[in-house]
Ligand binder design. Structure first.
Ligand code: ADP
Ligand code: MG
Length: 248
């Protein structure tokens, strides 16, 4: 990644919910076009880390920069920053009383003040890309989990974010729907999107990642290319983590 443009820089991040440190001196640079996969045991701080990256959690110390600009500042306008840092959650977070189209248009119309016609065109294009154009007038309850998650991805993409964060977006899905969501993410990776992905799908992690970041106990324990990490982890902690997976 030498010489590549840094998009998100995280320096010495500390996060504490009030009963002990959850993230301890975490530093990480994410480069433009890079796909970073964050893995680690349950409770190690993966979700917290992602949530800190787009201001859903306050941090105690450290600094985050986006495009060189400090965003962990009291003056930061998070509504602006979040247009550049999109996030997709395990639980979709779609509004049940709104159609697919209206869920997707909410950001472009209310936040970005886009023109409706233009935004609709964008939405249709993106829905088509994930194979859901025929569902634009459906309500979330009429969709499968995999379809809902693809809508949630479209809702993030329509804001044209510079970076996308994915927090275990297939963890709540029935096994037969996992693939269709992972395929969309693989497609985005191929197109050069910058992404940070938290996942337990290790084969997918290996296929999609430029770098694996292994987090344990709120610290980055290991950071390496996927081949290296999965075949020759450097630390005992990573070895132990990989061993537990093979028994699942
Ligand atoms: P992971 O996503 O890796 O499973 P989390 O980031 O969700 O881990 O949680 C890391 C630690 O922070 C856990 O010990 C968890 O109990 C704690 N934690 C997470 N969210 C909160 C919260 N809102 N308030 C207090 N503690 C929290
Ligand atoms: Mg989590």
């Amino acid at each position: 990644m030498e010489g590549q443009e840094k998009l998100l820089e995280i320096h010495h991040l500390h996060k504490d919910y009030g009963n002990g440190a959850v993230l301890k001196d975490v530093s990480l640079d994410i480069h433009k076009g890079e796909v970073l996969v964050l893995i680690g045991p349950s409770g190690c701080g993966k979700s917290t880390f992602l949530r800190c990256m787009n201001g859903l959690e306050q941090i105690q110390s450290g600094e985050i920069r986006l495009d060189g600009k400090v965003i962990t500042d009291p003056k930061t306008k998070w509504s602006e920053v979040r247009q550049k840092i999109g996030m997709v959650f395990q639980s979709y977070e779609l509004f049940p009383h709104m159609t697919v189209m209206n869920n997707i248009l909410l950001g472009p119309l209310k936040v970005q003040k886009k023109e409706k016609k233009e935004a609709e065109k964008d939405a249709e294009q993106l829905l088509d890309r994930v194979g859901l154009l025929d569902k634009k007038d459906a309500y979330p309850r009429q969709l499968s989990g995999g379809q809902k998650q693809r809508v949630a991805i479209v809702r993030a993409l329509i804001m044209k974010p510079e970076i996308l964060l994915f927090d275990e977006v297939t963890a709540a899905l029935d096994p037969e729907m996992v693939r269709e969501v992972l395929d969309v993410m693989l497609e985005l990776a191929k197109e050069g999107s910058t992404m940070v992905i938290v996942t337990h799908e290790m084969q997918f992690a290996r296929a999609v990642a430029d770098r694996i970041v292994f987090l344990d106990g709120g610290e980055i324990v290991e950071m390496s290319a996927p081949e290296q990490f999965f075949t020759q982890p450097e630390t005992e902690r990573a070895k132990r983590f990989l061993d537990t997976l093979s028994f699942e």
